[in-house]
Design a protein around this ligand. Structure first.
Ligand SMILES: *Cc1c(COP(=O)(O)O)cnc(C)c1O
Length: 423
């Protein structure tokens, strides 16, 4: 259960995941007994006396009760102590990158979300943050990417769109071994100047857990310092909002992040927080169905004559299937997520035909909603990567990515089957 000290977090003891989805962080509204957390549409709070606030509620950029309930809920789902919710996943990332100083270095997994790479490469590089990308399925490549100024290791697992599975515990081990060889950061060092007055003294491990969701994987329990989500995806789950989150167990890191969020200002609206609270109540049942449907479709695609290759961590043919089975698991049992990538035989034209012919799958970017989506990484989500970089990652022109929804899987398979018929 979350260690947030908000009085709303009234759950009496450690609960199981499904129960936390529904209850963590939420108690009946103290003023009316309303069972659902109200949407606190307010920008400020009346003070009984100057500088005296109720429960720290002074101004809504700093704190909003609907958001507080959601932050406690997400902290519980990720087995953390502190949750922070942002106006987007990339705003959550920005809050992490603001912990670095000019001259610091970050190691990123090689096929991170395109917007993640863009933020580091096009925004923070100009502020003096250096980056190395590494294939993190290769532990030696991670070690080789380290420098004495490395302060951030950022990875996604499963990754997008190649669904690489990275061993979070092993990466933690490397960071710990490298801890002795770090040199101090330069620049401002003003103890007493607030949480950001001192630089980070060691590398922090951040895991983007968007693809797995907390239903399948809790990176903090595997050694991550911070878990990040684009809540736009499975946590929101209904393709109706954009939001992000960070969860940590580390009190001092949480203080830095909260200070930064308030100073920079990328906070979510109360209505979006309410929608996410409604969404997390069904996260466990949604994820179970996403996983069941995706496994069935992946197996079906693997036997289809128009498909060259299927990439899904739940298939025995996935190179890291054993690791995925160890690292990812739902409260119901095995679960490998709702994302599948596959290569259509014949390259771009047959892939384009599939995307144009589907009726039930919608051709759209994004993922993680209850409805099934299909997209073409080389043209759509990963178009910002240079062609050589795409090729190096294996993003072929025939590669198609499916976000499998929770419709009846027979309808989904019939839709794909019709769209894959020869021209
Ligand atoms: C969508 C996404 C992001 C960015 O999140 P936004 O909410 O769009 O800002 C980051 N990481 C992954 C894995 C994503 O899928």
């Amino acid at each position: 259960m979350s260690a947030n000290s908000d009085p709303r977090d009234a759950s009496p003891r450690e609960m199981r995941f499904a129960t936390d989805c529904i209850h963590a962080g939420q108690a009946p509204d103290p003023s009316t007994g309303a069972i659902m957390t109200p949407v606190y549409m307010t920008s400020t709070y009346v003070q009984p006396s100057p500088g005296v606030f109720k429960d720290g509620y002074d101004y809504a950029r700093s704190k909003n009760p609907t958001r507080t309930a959601l932050e406690s809920n997400l902290a519980a789902l990720e087995k953390g102590a502190h949750g922070l919710v942002f106006s987007s996943g990339l705003a959550a990332m920005d809050c992490i990158l603001h912990q670095l100083r000019a001259g610091d270095h970050a190691v990123l997994s090689d096929d991170v979300y395109g917007g993640t790479f863009r933020q580091i490469d096009k925004v923070f590089r100009h502020l003096g943050i250096e980056t190395t990308r590494a294939d993190m399925t290769d532990l030696e490549a991670i070690e080789a990417a380290f420098t004495p100024r490395t302060r951030l290791v950022w990875l996604e697992t499963p990754s997008n769109p190649m669904l690489k599975v990275i061993d979070i515990r092993a990466v933690r081990g490397i960071i710990d071994r490298k801890a002795d060889s770090t040199t101090p950061s330069q620049g401002l060092r003003e103890p007493g100047a607030g949480p950001l007055g001192t630089p980070l003294e060691r590398s922090i491990l951040v895991v983007d857990n968007t693809f797995a969701s907390p239903a399948l994987q809790n990176p903090l329990s595997l050694g991550a310092d911070v878990v990040m989500h684009s809540c736009t995806k499975y946590i929101g789950g209904h393709s109706d909002l954009v939001a992000g989150a960070l969860v940590t167990r580390d009190d001092s890191l949480a203080a830095r992040l909260r200070y930064t969020q308030n100073a920079v200002g990328a906070v979510p609206g109360a209505m979006d927080c309410f929608l996410m609270l409604r969404s997390t109540k069904t996260l466990h049942v949604r994820m179970q169905r996403h996983c069941e449907n995706a496994l069935e479709i992946a197996r079906w695609l693997e036997g289809h004559p128009a498909i060259e290759r299927v990439i899904y961590p739940g298939l025995e043919s996935h190179p890291r299937h054993a690791l995925a089975a160890r690292q990812m698991r739902g409260p119901w049992g095995e679960g490998f997520g709702g994302m599948i990538s596959c290569v259509v035989k014949g390259g771009l034209e047959p892939a384009r035909r599939l995307l144009e012919r589907v009726r039930l799958f919608s051709l759209a970017e994004s993922l993680g909603g209850v409805e099934s989506l299909i997209e073409h990484p080389a043209i759509m989500t990963h178009a910002s990567l240079p062609p050589q970089a795409r090729a190096a990652l294996g993003i072929a022109d025939g590669l198609v990515r499916l976000s499998v929804g929770i419709e009846d899987v027979r309808d989904l398979i019939e839709d794909l089957d019709a769209a894959l018929q020869p021209a």
